[in-house]
Design a protein around this ligand. Structure first.
Ligand code: UD1
Ligand code: CA
Length: 424
């Protein structure tokens, strides 16, 4: 890809069927928003992205501004259709003469490499406008790809406007487009809404381009799961399952043992080294998780994002880890919470240990630091901010509120009293 690329993401629709106060594109899979997946899939090759917002625009804008510096939102009110939505960015792209990639904010399964390939095919084909299509056994509700006898792309017809013959077509519009912007831009001031839904259809740009004598083509997507769209909570669950299966396949192919794929959930933004074994009931969500080689994770472990685990680490049952680094050969095998922490190598964390990282009065989160070779006795509370220096030990049942020097023993336990014959 040599031409400059800008992306437009359609996200103004209401998402009525979600029955939610949250805008559809801010619903989450593995703690990352649907829109976040789409923005991440274009960010490596898009110079800029425009997200078209309408329903709950303020909330979506806040999300985009806070998390994606290469993207900005453009307001569409009222929402008069997908073609109208794209026309909202025309002023922003007035002098742009690179490629514009258009996609939807509610299709989180689309892969970066698929989009790159699509753009490459667009360039290689020499077309002015490309649309991504796929084949569905049940094409209901999608726009149908209508081709001429020689296979050339003629137009896209929406289900509601389609004749019976057109409805029988199984090649559908995936809703992803790539275009030489300067050539296609004039279409957006010429679209009309004379169709069954009274909307300005983006799909009409195909017929428009043909009439102008521009060249159009459709690239067929093989894995149609990638354009799976979210309209309901059922769809959200299905997309989560598809995304998870994809991730587990990839991990297993790279030498990770997943003991029970049916009960293991691992987010897309998780890297795991070879020979690590993930036991049943493990849930790994969020972004930026890196797990090393030869680790044992679970059963029933919960990793919540920004977790960096070195090689040969054990994270056992009912252990929750969030925003923490864990050094090699460190073990936390049972019933533990590790949050906002930095753990060195060769540490043993006894069962029931908790890093008390959050002060609910000040709402401040603080850090726990455990240096190499530290041993923490069972049922310890480490009240952050706190540091336990190299090789120090903490006795079981302690509440640690002060830093512990190297190789010291820290203990806050009450003195054991044994009263002989007390029961009598
Ligand atoms: C659209 C396509 C259809 C294609 C399908 C793929 C059109 C006319 N039809 O249909 O050919 O098969 O996608 O999923 O484009 N949106 C706005 N503003 C609007 C209207 C929609 O931002 O005024 C956004 C929606 O939030 C959504 C996307 O555009 O993210 C698609 O809109 P939707 O109404 O779902 O289009 P479909 O009817 O599914
Ligand atoms: Ca629609």
């Amino acid at each position: 890809m040599v031409m400059e690329i800008k992306s437009v993401i359609l996200a103004a629709g209401k998402g009525t069927r979600m029955k939610s106060e949250t805008p559809k594109v801010l619903h989450k899979i593995f703690d990352k928003t649907l829109l976040g997946y789409v923005l991440d899939s274009v960010k490596s090759f898009s110079k800029e992205a425009f997200v078209i917002v309408g329903h709950k625009a303020e909330v979506v804008t806040e999300f985009v501004n806070k998390n994606y510096s290469f993207a900005k939102t453009v307001l569409q009110t009222p929402q008069l259709g997908t073609g109208h939505a794209v026309s909202m960015v025309c002023p922003q792209l007035e002098n742009f003469d690179g490629l514009v990639l258009i996609l939807c904010g509610d299709t989180p399964l689309v892969r970066e490499k698929t989009l790159k390939k699509f753009v490459d095919e667009h360039i290689a084909s020499g077309a002015d406008l490309s649309v991504m299509s796929t084949i569905f056994e049940n094409p209901a509700n999608y726009g149908r790809i209508i081709r001429r006898a020689n296979g050339a792309l003629e137009k896209i017809v929406e289900e509601k406007d389609a004749t019976d013959t057109e409805k029988a077509v199984k090649e559908i519009n995936a809703g992803i487009y790539c275009m030489n912007w300067a050539k296609i831009k004039p279409a957006f001031s010429q679209l009309t809404s004379s169709n069954a839904q009274g909307e300005y259809y983006l799909t009409d740009i195909i017929e428009w381009a043909n009439l102008q004598g521009l060249s159009v083509q459709a690239s067929v997507l093989e894995d149609s799961d990638e354009i799976y769209g979210i309209n309901s909570r059922e769809n959200l669950a299905t997309a989560t399952r598809l995304m998870n299966q994809r991730k587990l396949h990839e991990l297993m192919a790279n030498g990770v043992t997943i003991v029970d794929p049916a009960s293991t959930w691992i987010s897309q933004d998780t890297e795991i080294g070879s020979d690590t074994v993930v036991f049943p009931g493990t849930y790994i969500e969020g972004s930026n998780n890196k797990i090393g080689k030869n680790c044992k994770i679970g059963p029933f472990a919960h990793l919540r994002g920004d977790v960096e685990i070195a090689d040969n680490v054990k994270i056992g049952n009912f252990v929750e880890v969030k925003k923490s680094k864990i050094g090699e050969h460190t073990n936390a095998c049972h019933l533990t919470y590790i949050g906002d922490s930095e753990l060195g190598a060769n540490i043993n964390i006894g069962a029931g240990t908790i890093t008390a990282n959050y002060n609910p009065l000040t709402k401040v989160k603080s850090k726990t630091v455990l240096k190499d070779n530290v041993k923490i006795g069972s049922n310890t509370v480490l009240v952050a901010p706190v540091t336990v220096e190299e090789g120090a030990n903490v006795g079981a049942g302690s509440v640690i509120t002060k830093n512990v020097p190297a190789r010291a023993l820290a203990l806050t336990r009450g003195v054991l009293k044994v009263i002989e014959g007390w029961v009598k």
